[in-house]
Ligand binder design. Sequence first.
Ligand code: SF4
Length: 688
Amino acid sequence: AAMREERIKKTKTVCTYCGVGCSFDIWTKGRKILKVEPTVEAPANGISTCVKGKFGWDFVNSEERLKKPLIRDGNVFREAEWDEALTLIAERLTAIKNEFGPDALGFISSSKCTNEESYLMQKLARGVVGTNNIDNCSRYCQTPATVGLFRTVGYGGDSGSITDIEQSDMVLIVGSNTAESHPVLATRVKRSHKLKGQKLVVADLRKHEMAQRADVYIKPKPASDLVWLSAVTKYIIDQGWADETFIASKVNGFDEYYKSLESYTLTFAEKETGVSQETLIKIAEMIHESKSLVVLWAMGVTQQLGGSDTSTAISNLLLVTGNYGRPGTGSYPLRGHNNVQGASDFGSMPDRLPGYEKVVDEQVRAKYEKGWGVKLPKHPGLNNHEMVDAMHDGKLKALYLKGEEMALVDSNINYVQAGFEKLDFFIVQDIFFSKTAQYADVVLPAAPSLEKEGTFTNTERRIQRLYQVFEPLGESKPDWQIMMEIANRLGANWKYEHPSDIMSEAASLAAQFAGVRYELLEGYNSLQWPVKEDGTDTPLLFTDGFPFPDGKARLFPVQWTRPLEYDEQYDLHLNNGRLLEHFHEGNMTYRSEGISSKTPSVFLEVSPELAKERKLVSGTLVRLTSPYGQVVVKCHVTDRVHGKEIYLPMNDVGDATINKLTSSYADKDTDTPAYKDLMVKLEVLQEE
Ligand code: SF4
């Protein structure tokens, strides 16, 4: 064939590395990326990006990309044609469904995939197979925040835009390493703090960059945030500083809520959190003196036994102080993956259809049954945590998982991996041969964001389009096309020609997205849900009240769940989180030369005090043991951590993965693993 002339081209895309949702132009020639160029038009980031957005794309051309379907043949995989792989999938799924019923099948969608793909995965599970066993990885991170917000204010998303944060008088950050996990958003806070006198209070175990910058930094004991948040709220009420006008006109349940705070005195809080009463009073005063307050939070809050309750306590504090419905106020649970928000928004949840409508609601089901021309299952399905148990119990026989490295990122992975081995049939769809793929029967080659079209929804509920930069590599395909082929082989008759067809269908059914149309999302245009039929979007929530029947928010009483009790040999608290340079388990970033050359592997952070006590130096090789497993890793001595608290980044594709150590204990309301509730012991293997 004649060589096609390779022209330089510029394509708008959206970053896949965190929930900030930076958008930018990618300049390419052939399959070569020449540069990443942000522009003033980009709504979340303007002309900024971080290192991942700028340099994190080489993986697209990695030699290791999956280019053909793979089928297991004993202990090895062989390449197969699409037709053979899809035929096998249809046969096996049909056989398992016929023998054991639709609930023997499970589906896990991806927070890296598009909204349209999340919509199709849940439609495949519900509408084609007939099960609500569908979930996505927000179960591992932010579902507790969503629940906390549903309970109190009715929408599970950031209250306003990222730019609104700059207008706030005061920012409170709880359990979020914002500078590394959401760099471009953190830059806005840093700027307002430095230039506009915005007050900054940070609560975290680790003295990370935002903590170092804070006006007040507190280090509550692990898993005790609910206690000090409730004590500060109670103190504010007791001082007569609650926003009584706001509460009287916009909030229900004050009396019962106030009663629930009875035991959260400053004395109790000081005892249980280790934060002094004076400091808590100082924080309460700062809140009282501020005209507006936003709270940013992340995994330090949610990945605990009481993650939903602590998220609720944050929202309660904001309600008591009247901090909703104005620019610079409200809740900002910071979403991790690029499309964590969208994966749940578009229905990849076991109890909710797109737009968070409940599967148990007969009218809602009737609407979808009419729209899809099917009969839908009535009872909520299994979440991904429950699916793992069901694999062990022999109830879940088949799993279709796309774009998630579940064998590494779920907690207690020895248990998860043993569950995969019990499945009769396991389909993994990914861009690389992941650790999880090793357990699969069929591996399907998917196309990453640069090779497809669609939309992502970032942490501020902003739906943004991405445009195709490259053709899919080899025989890989966009996830939506693969799902459509599977659905049609299972008897459906889907005829989507472009992701815009899928979005139109979703918008016709889910009120929250009623006015979402691709024409309104051209280029750098975007929409923040809810979007009315006429295309009006909602950058700031709650300006006209709250989405409950009477328009009022609800103060929701919660109580503290104490952390797990460990045997005393496990004497060190092991925290975990991200590294700036890497994305989650690192399947993409470790394959991006521009990034892996800077940060090739993880290390364990130990405090100078602990280093002295145990004779550790940077480079010492140690073994960590929890009741669930062991890892071997090198130490790095740093004063970011304190005393007997140590920290291991979660971004590891090798053997030092944190989840060999984590337990199967989970938030009681959402089954989100309590990754942060972890005690270990440390042994020195070799001094450097
Ligand atoms: Fe990508 Fe997040 Fe960095 Fe923006 S801040 S470039 S979205 S990783």
